[in-house]
Design a protein around this ligand. Sequence first.
Ligand code: ADA
Length: 747
Amino acid sequence: MTKLCVLCFSTCVLAATAGAQVNLSQWQFVRTDMANVWEVERPVKEGKPESVPLWQDVTLPHCYNAEDGVDPDVNYYQGAAWYRTTIEVANPYAGGHTLLEFEGAGQKTQVYVDGRLMGSHVGGYDRWTVDISEVGNGRHPIAVRCDNSRDVEMIPSDMSDFCLYGGLYRPVHLVYLPERYISDVRIDVEGDKVSVKTSPSNLGEVSCSIVSPDGKTVYEGGIGQPIRIRKPVLWDVDSPSLYTLRITFGQQVIERRFGFRIYEFREHGPFFLNGRRLLLKGTHRHEDHAGVGAAMTDEQIRQEMQQIKDMGANFIRLGHYQQRDLVLDLCDSLGILVWEEIPWCRGGVGGEEYQQQAHRMLENMITQHSHHPSIILWGLGNENDWPGDFSTVIDTVGIRSLMTSLNDHAHQLDPQRKTVIRRCDFCADIVDIYSPSIWAGWYSRSFTDYCEMEEAAIARFPHFLHAEWGGDSHAGRHAESGFDIEVGDKKGDWSESYIVRLFDWHLKEQARMPNLTGSAFWTFKDFCTPLRPLNPIPYVNQKGVVQRDGTPKESYYVFQSYWASQPMLHIYGHSWPVRWGEEGEPREVLVYSNQPEVELFVNGQSVGKRKRNIEDYPAQGFHWSVVLQRGTNTIKAVAKDLSDEITFEYQTAHWGKPAEVRLTRIAPDLIEAQLYDANGIRCLDSSDWIEFSIAGDGELLVNQGTATGSRRIQAANGRATIRLRSLTGPCFVGARCDGLPSALIHL
Ligand code: ADA
């Protein structure tokens, strides 16, 4: 549609040049409810911007839980908040329509223009519009009330393992349309035929052109009949070829990208894309990032999706809700197949309104995203067998009934795509594809049981796909031992050492299961969750292979070594400054690489070449047993043109219990706390809690939910770090550890 996008700073489909520009810095925000909209507008109208409560200037997108979601000391704010701005409406079309378009806002929203309620929406993840045409051209105050209060009659449930963020955390657009306009375009591709429908459908003079991936116009004409494209170039994960459809109706031009591909989930596996077997190599993502919560910038989203592609993934489950259009555009252009789902997550099933919301969000997700060739699955729910929001025991009849109606609705809206859910065994027969819960070596059994558990699921469910596996790892925590693969029912030790072995084992097993459709590990990036206040980084689900700010953990490279085609080489332990053991005791060195051969050097001496061999666990054969010298050691790995090197210390002295915490400034903006015993020996297995504070002319970078950005954090190998946000003069940084004298460092 012809969009004059003046409120957003992200790319809008066809942003034109006419129309007044609204300065985004003019948005203001207050994190409290107001008595009425007059209270919101009065200070501006009366020219008293200093009135209480104080408003803050903000830039959209903006999430009002950007920091408190991971503040170790508080519950995140769940309640109402207000945004206000003034816009200059300058619709160039006589009799035209003016809309405010919200790409998504959390979680219930009311929109006021000139003090009048013009529209409202329930649901934090779908796109919606408010028609404000009646206010006409000119300057108008806008007030928006967002509310993420707890509500059991709304999806997702507050029992979900993620933050139900509040705010205008996705872009807002001001859209001008002619009097008669196309509100939606539907593209369906079957074989080499494309059907195009507009809403409304009776507009008459609609013309259409299709441009091939190499820029040639391959069709020009009407849209009444299915359009046949001869020998279309197929969209594939390695060559994501996209066609462009352009619809013209009077002054309105709409562009959509689409693609041709065929896929099949064979009974009892495997999966085929364009006629060849493809193992789905998948991950998950939440819209969540350090410092911004759900309000990720376009650049942050682009970087994250590229990191996912560079890891070698060809599949993603967008857990557990409809995500931004930009995410889907990137999946299309990068070649990442998608399972997208509605946020019916945990808690059971609610009443009429709740169920209507689920249906509405399903309809919006499918109509808004169905043209994306990357999407293959519509997810209807996650862990819907999880009781809790309602006092009744789990209502299997009610859940089955909603699941059945959602399943029918999805098929009616999109007959081509499959439906899917994860973990609700008593609904497994309703949907097309099913994932039970299998967490070998984390929530159940040992990871060496993985193959047996997987084969049983392949045999039991006609269409099985494995969503969610993995485990937590505290970035910077490493172990010399104790990460034995036979962990039985207990979880691992939250070390990176355990988790790389768990991932490594799964990946080697998956590579040799001929009938496996594929899987998606949980999850790409650490994320904020209200359910986990006692995690080593409080309120962070630490199952990511990158930290909450995108910094890779060691496990990122394990995936690359199995999945990526770009040559890579990585020695395990870049974040492990001190290893330990007896004098002369052999230590294991792991190297992750997709190269055929790697040579390892310890302190300048070659300790041999090893060939890549997937049967030779761990690290596909790139493991060496070496003797380290007391003090500093350097290890280098070489594979053809690639090399990687780490330098670390080897400690042979034994330690007792922690007696002292010492602070050191290890980089201009980084402070380290290290625990020592009574003899001044580092306590390399301590996981005591460290609490940082600051006084003076400096500020710590806190509430980031990362290993260098949490005021309270569990030590990793007796060590914790915190970053300085600013330092403008003298100040003291403190570290407190229960039972020990506090430490101070003067900066
Ligand atoms: C569930 C849930 C996820 C995630 C995961 C975990 O499987 O579906 O949202 O929270 O648990 O980390 O335990």
